[in-house]
Design a binder for this molecule. Sequence first.
Ligand SMILES: NC(=O)c1ccc[n+]([C@@H]2O[C@H](COP(=O)([O-])OP(=O)(O)OC[C@H]3O[C@@H](n4cnc5c(N)ncnc54)[C@H](OP(=O)(O)O)[C@@H]3O)[C@@H](O)[C@H]2O)c1
Length: 333
Amino acid sequence: MQPVSGIHCRLHCSKRKLMPFFTGNKQSGDEKEIAKNTIAFFELVQKNILVTGGNGQLGSELQRVQLKAEDNLKFFFTDVDTLDITDRNALDTFVKANNIRYIINCAAYTAVDKAEDDIDLCYKINRDAVANIAAVAADNKAKVVHVSTDYVFDGTKTTSYVESDPVSPRSVYGRSKQEGEAELLRLCPQSVVIRTAWLYSIYGNNFVKTMIRLGKEREALSVVADQTGTPTNAADLAAAIVDIIRYAEAKELVPGIYHFSNEGVTTWYDFTLAIHREAGITTCKVSPITTAEYPTKATRPQYSVLDKTKIKTTFGLSIPQWEDSLRKCIEEL
Ligand SMILES: NC(=O)c1ccc[n+]([C@@H]2O[C@H](COP(=O)([O-])OP(=O)(O)OC[C@H]3O[C@@H](n4cnc5c(N)ncnc54)[C@H](OP(=O)(O)O)[C@@H]3O)[C@@H](O)[C@H]2O)c1
C-alpha cells in the first residue's frame, strides 16, 4: 500500500466495462455525446467518501478493502498533513469541492496514557473536531461513520456491553471520545457511531506488534490477566464499515450507536499467549499479573466485552472469531 502523501484517491466503478469507447477508439459525434452523458451519469451516481486519519491503523486498512465492480465508490484518503479535522473551514472546503457524501472519521487522539497530561489536545481532536465533522456533514448533507471506543464504559459489568448501557468513562481519552460521540449525534443525528476495542493491524504500533517484539527480545514477560475484552483486527472493522456504506446505498443508513469487535472473549494475558503461539515464539515465558501490579496513568475498563448483536442484525454482518483474525494479521506481518 502506498502511504498517504497528499490526498490519495481510490475510485471503483464500472465505467470502463460499459463504455469501451473510452479506451481510445475513434468516436463519432453521437458516441462522444453518449460518452459525455454517461460520464455525467456516473458522476451523479458515484459516491465520494472522505476518510480522515487515513494513515492510522484503521485508515490504512480501509485503503486495502477490495471494492466490488458495482460499488461506485470513490475514496479520498487524508490525514492531518492534508486535512486537519480541527480546521472546520478546511473540512467544509474539502467536502464541498469534492462533493463528499460520506465521511468516515478514523482520525483521533489515541495515546491513552499521554492524554491524561495532554487534555486540551485530546479534547480538541476527539470532541471538538468531531463536532466540526458533524456540523460540516449536516451543512453539506453528507453522512458520517465515526469510530469510538469501549473506554466510554467503566468496565464494572460482568456481561457484554450493549449500546444502551450507561457510559461512565474513567480516563481523559474515554471522556473525550464519549463527548465526541454525543456532539456528533447532537449536530448530525443521521450518523453511525461504531465503538470498537483493542484495535490492532499490520500497520502502526499496537499490542500485537509490541508483544511479538518483546517476545523475541526477552526471556520473560508479565501481562495483565484481570482485564477482559475482545481484540479487533482493523481489517475486519474496515470491511464492516464499507459493508455498512454498501447497505446504506442499497437501503438506508440506520443511524445510531453500534458495537464492533471480533467475536469471543479473552484477557491481555491470554491474548499474548495466542500472539506468541501464532508468531512461533517459544523462548519467552509469559506470566499473568494483576492491574494493580502494572499501574498505568489512565484507568482502563476491567471488563469491556462488546455485544455486537445490533450491528450484525441491522447491517447483516458476520464477524470473525478473534483467534482467526489474529492468525490472519500475523501471517501478513
Ligand atoms: N487503537 C485502539 O486500540 C482503539 C481501541 C478502540 C477504539 N479506537 C478508535 O478507533 C479509531 C481508529 O484508531 P486507530 O488505532 O486507527 O488510530 P491511529 O492509528 O492512532 O490513527 C489515527 C490517525 O489520526 C490522525 N490524526 C490525529 N490528529 C488528527 C487531526 N487533527 N486531523 C486529521 N488526522 C489526525 C493521526 O495522525 P498522527 O499519527 O500524525 O497523530 C493518525 O494517522 C479511533 O477513533 C480510536 O479512538 C482505537
